[in-house]
Design a protein. Structure first.
Length: 64
């Protein structure tokens, strides 16, 4: 069995400052999380920073 995982956590505000200074972050006020970030919409307003994590478990068919 193999376990593989990772996280992305914005610990410092430096990455937020960089993205904001180049105009990459969403500037539109939107409190609805389902419509705040629309990456493939032609009227999108930019990216939204967030944290995330994932874990992948791989094992042979015999041990599953």
């Amino acid at each position: 069995m193999i376990l593989a995982g990772g996280i992305d956590k914005n610990v410092y505000n430096f990455s937020h400052w960089i993205l904001d200074s180049v105009g990459a972050l969403n500037t539109k006020q939107n409190d609805n999380p389902y419509s705040a970030c629309k990456p493939f919409d032609k009227h999108r307003g930019g990216a939204i920073q967030g944290d995330g994590g994932a874990m992948l478990v791989m094992e042979s068919l015999e041990s599953a």
